[in-house]
Design a protein around this ligand. Structure first.
Ligand code: FAD
Length: 396
């Protein structure tokens, strides 16, 4: 039987990073993946340019940028392997990059440059990549493990589970990492799709579908947390970065508050307009400030008709409520089919924060998205994959 020091299940962002680091320490390493190519999610990420990290991540803000039952768990790995460390690696490989906004860093060229860099580094570190090989099961064997794969069994001193979450099954997500954790008696924090578009009930859709395709800067809030980003009306509900971000906090039955015009105060603007353009129909007056379809929608939502001059201050306040404090109650999300990440996963209490090793199963490690650590949109999830993979790679 093939014998390796370290077998890594999954050649995604976290698995490749762990393989490189373990290989650099002189360990014999095999990274397995059932896909035909490694790093498929890296390839499609960031619209094909990979938002590979976030420059604004600090130890101080990390607990707010990551969702977990224990947000402090991620701090150790994140502060030992930082965005600056990954930027140095990218620059060392000659990959040009730029900052888009909010600290989000993207390749100037293609995301595949990042995959190529990682695969080259893995090979240079002596690591072996086995593709089109599915992990079937894992069992304890003395001090080590036997990984049963579609390519035969492999004996391993240490096993690193880097099989990711459940998002986008079409791309190879399987959930096997959770099954392995359960098999060894580790707790799983309930999983759910995150960074995902939200959907409306039929009666709400009837009103919003005419707006499908409209994108605008908005502020979307859920309780005390809010995101100022773009919002997109879709045929099924709402999407865009602001919605993806808030979807990680939203639960069925919750209401979101949306400011559709955060750049101004619509009642003040309309009150000023009333003197010179009072004869205009209200929705036409409003269309001076927002797209016409949105103007019609907001006026209808407020239950108003007639000319601007006919509107009382109370009516304009109602209109402002619909514009700046629109209350929406999605009924669901688009699910794992389109979710960028999976919330929940292997409970952090089960793992050593410095090494990612299962406390109760020496030699078994979990890294990346399979753990109950989920970042905001904007490069945070890859930074977690790099950092947790790096941490396990130092010790496995
Ligand atoms: P993955 O990258 O998912 O890797 C897991 C690997 O395990 C896969 O290669 C899979 O094939 C393999 N696998 C699973 N089951 C088995 C099995 N049974 N046998 C063998 N192999 C198996 N994050 C960012 O920070 N920035 C972005 O720009 C960004 N864009 C994204 C865009 C999209 C469309 C999506 C879906 C996600 C995006 N993300 C982004 C999130 C990011 O891709 C993930 O957080 C990250 O890939 C997680 O890394 P991972 O290594 O833990 O898991």
């Amino acid at each position: 039987m093939e014998q390796r020091d370290v077998v890594i299940l999954g050649a995604g962002a976290a698995g490749l990073m762990a393989g490189i680091e373990a290989g650099r320490r002189g360990r014999s390493v095999t990274v397995l993946d059932h896909a035909r190519s490694p790093g498929e999610k890296i390839r499609i990420s960031g619209g094909g340019r990979c938002n590979f990290t976030n420059r604004l991540l600090t130890r101080q803000n990390a607990t707010a940028r990551f969702l977990s039952r224990n947000p402090r768990f991620a701090l150790s790995a994140l502060s030992r392997y930082t965005p600056a460390d990954f930027i140095a690696r990218v620059e060392g490989a000659g990959i040009a990059w730029h900052e888009k906004h909010l600290g989000q860093l993207f390749c100037d060229g293609k995301a595949t440059q990042i995959v190529q860099m990682l695969v080259e580094d893995l090979h240079a570190a002596g690591g072996c990549l086995k593709l089109e090989t599915s992990v079937v099961s894992l069992r304890r064997d003395g001090e080590g493990f036997v990984v049963n794969t579609t390519g035969g069994p492999i004996a391993a001193g240490s096993v690193i589970v880097a099989t990711g979450g459940k998002s986008i099954p079409k791309m190879g997500a399987t959930g096997i990492g959770y099954e392995i954790a359960k098999q060894f008696g580790l707790e799983i924090v309930e999983t759910r799709p995150a960074l995902v578009p939200l959907t409306f009930a039929e009666q709400d859709l009837a009103r919003t579908v005419p707006l499908a395709g409209l994108a605008r800067a908005a502020r979307v809030s859920h309780g005390k947390i809010g995101f100022d980003e773009d919002l997109l009306f879709t045929h099924r509900g709402l999407s865009g970065p602001a919605i993806l971000q808030i979807s990680s906090y939203w639960r069925e039955g919750d209401t979101l508050t949306i400011d559709l015009m955060p750049e101004g105060d619509i009642s003040a603007l309309l009150a000023a307009q009333r003197a010179e353009a009072g004869k205009k129909a209200l929705h036409n007056a409003l269309a001076r400030h927002v797209p016409e379809k949105l103007a019609q929608f907001v006026v209808a939502q407020a239950g108003l008709t007639g000319r601007l001059a006919d509107q009382s201050n109370k009516a304009l306040a109602r209109l402002a409520d619909q514009m700046h404090r629109w209350q929406v109650r999605p009924v669901g999300s688009e699910g794992y089919r389109t979710a960028e990440v999976t919330l929940g996963g292997v409970a952090t209490e089960e793992l050593d924060a410095k090494t990612m090793e299962a406390r109760r199963v020496p030699g078994l490690y979990f890294i990346g998205e399979v753990i109950d650590v989920t970042g905001w949109l904007g490069g945070y999830n890859f930074q977690w994959a790099w950092a947790s993979g790096w941490a396990a790679g130092q010790v496995a």
